[in-house]
Design a protein around this ligand. Structure first.
Ligand code: GUN
Length: 291
């Protein structure tokens, strides 16, 4: 078993970006600027947005964190997005999800200028991804593709089973893995909450992407010997022994699944850091396209 070390691969990507940004600065050119909006004080969202802002600092990007109380109206949030859309200094806009119930995710995502939609959630980017034309690809599936590329995992002709069909991970992941690209060129099966006998599909998989948000759902008896296992789960579970009061658990029972795998991602330190590296790449790319 070999570890798909997302921390290491993400660092390599950030180190490259750091050199590119230093070059831009040395030439007196504009440096990338990410604006992140956080509504409310959900602990996990705070952590994720904090990590995104920190990564910007690390690679030399400018970042702006905009915080709102969870009582903010949808209208006020949309106004802020409009302001960021027209601000020529801002290259990337992200609104951390989930949003409070009285705000429509779709209205908010649709309001972001597709050319600044570094999360790749806008229907224009989703449509372009479907067509296989250049666009912003959602950070988590993009990060997974970068991880497979970094470790030169052979995906051509393999059977990939994606467990989960969310707009953020499962669905885009299934499109990318089935694309005529490297990594890619997989035969893809998408399993979801209504799939009968998920185990029978997983047992046929050369590659499993677990993105359903249920801790330790994928167990050793569901995994074929030699499979590649990508764990997207990051559920917080209480742990009094930890200073934070919780630990992160994946969707894969790592200890028993790992010995069966050719490659597997750990949690934490697998997909999480790659998501952030991919967001940094998208933001850099946006800056390059806009200037
Ligand atoms: N919530 C969970 N994942 C994501 C993500 O990739 N981007 C944003 N904006 N919110 C999220």
């Amino acid at each position: 078993m070999q570890l798909l070390d997302g921390k290491k691969a993400a660092q390599a990507i950030k180190d490259e970006l750091k050199i590119d940004v230093a070059q831009l600065a040395a030439e007196g050119k504009k440096i990338p600027h990410l604006a992140a909006i956080l509504v409310g004080n959900n602990g996990a969202s705070e952590t994720y947005v904090g990590a995104k802002v920190k990564a910007c600092e690390e690679v030399g990007f400018k970042s702006t964190l905009i915080r709102f109380e969870d009582t903010i109206s949808e209208m006020k949030l949309l106004e802020k997005i409009q302001e960021l859309n027209t601000d020529p200094d801002v290259d990337g806009i992200l609104v951390q999800l989930p949003l409070p119930k009285h705000i429509s995710d779709d209205e908010v995502i649709n309001a972001i200028d597709p050319e600044k939609d570094v999360d790749g959630f806008h229907p224009v980017n989703a449509g372009k991804m479907m067509q296989g034309v250049p666009c912003f690809v959602p950070a988590t599936p993009h990060g997974i593709m970068l991880l497979l590329e970094h470790y030169k995992v052979d995906t051509k002709g393999k059977h990939a089973v994606v467990v989960g069909r969310s707009n953020i991970v499962g669905r885009p992941m299934s499109i990318l893995l089935s694309s005529n690209s490297n990594p890619g060129n997989c035969t893809v099966t998408v399993c979801h909450s209504q799939t009968k006998d998920i185990k029978s599909f997983c047992l046929q998989a050369d590659i499993i992407v677990a993105a359903l948000g249920k801790t330790e759902f994928i167990t050793a008896d569901m995994v074929k010997e030699g499979a590649v296992v990508i764990d997207v789960g990051i559920t917080r579970v209480e742990d009094a022994a930890k200073k934070s009061g919780f630990k992160l658990k994946g969707d894969v029972a790592f200890d028993t699944v790992a010995p069966r795998c050719s490659w597997i991602t750990p949690v934490p330190g697998g997909v999480g850091p790659m998501t952030i590296a991919a967001l940094m790449k998208n933001t850099y790319h946006s800056c390059m396209l806009r200037n």
